[in-house]
Design a protein around this ligand. Structure first.
Ligand code: DX5
Ligand code: ZN
Length: 212
């Protein structure tokens, strides 16, 4: 299992220190939650923050865009140093075009679905993408309760992708902790995002190791 700590729960007054700390605690990827106050109620960070932190870590920068019209910002996040860019199925009108755009900058492309969005909506885009991100909370805030029905969506995605994209990575984001990690491992999840569980712990390394 790869572990991607979400900076959303980090100390925003000390982001560089927090990135250093999770980097040396064994984080595999670093997850950036980008929110615009439209697609989700919260407003968080933009490409400048990604760019500023890029020089302090060689880890994969995993940028989760929870914004309307994500196509407008793909280039800026790619130039800021994103390695993976994920857009929401619900926010994208021409999703195939957006995936092509993300890849044109040399980034891996992901598509995310909200808890109430069926896996079947991914069927036609699956052959073209590198990752599916299954939201296990309603996007917008850290520290929410894990929605357990997300686990069966992991299996469904794997089933749908088995022929058309056997290398597809499946990521789960929201409310992940020591109590639900075993369910996600058994379901075949490849990457977990965790914010409050890691940044709320006394020891980042122990928390990350528990999820691996
Ligand atoms: C939710 C974000 C998540 C989330 C993770 O909108 O995409 O990355 O904040 O934080 P926890 O692990 O606290 O749910
Ligand atoms: Zn996220």
């Amino acid at each position: 299992m790869l572990v991607a700590p979400s900076l959303l729960s980090a100390d925003f007054a000390n982001l560089q220190k927090e990135v250093d700390a999770i980097d040396s605690a064994g984080a595999d990827w670093i997850h950036f939650d980008v929110m615009d106050g439209h697609f989700v109620p919260n407003i968080t960070i933009g490409p400048m923050v990604v760019k500023s932190l890029r020089k302090y870590s060689d880890k994969i920068f995993d940028v989760h865009l929870m914004i309307e019209a994500p196509e407008k910002y793909v280039e800026e996040f790619a130039n800021a140093g994103a390695n993976v860019i994920t857009v929401h199925q619900e926010a994208a009108v021409h999703i195939h075009r957006i995936i092509t755009l993300i890849k044109s900058f040399g980034c891996k492309a992901g598509v995310s679905i909200n808890p109430a969005t069926p896996v079947s909506t991914l069927e036609e885009i699956l052959p073209y993408i590198d990752m599916v991100l299954i939201m296990s909370v309603n996007p917008g805030f850290g520290g929410q309760k894990f929605i357990e029905s997300s686990v069966k969506k992991v299996k469904k995605v794997r089933g749908l992708a088995s022929d058309c994209n056997p290398d597809l990575k499946i990521q789960v984001d929201g409310g992940v902790n020591n109590n639900n990690i075993a369910l996600l491992k058994n379901a075949g999840c490849d990457i977990v995002v965790a914010g409050s569980y890691i940044f709320g712990s006394d020891n980042y390394k122990t928390a990350i190791d528990t999820l691996k």
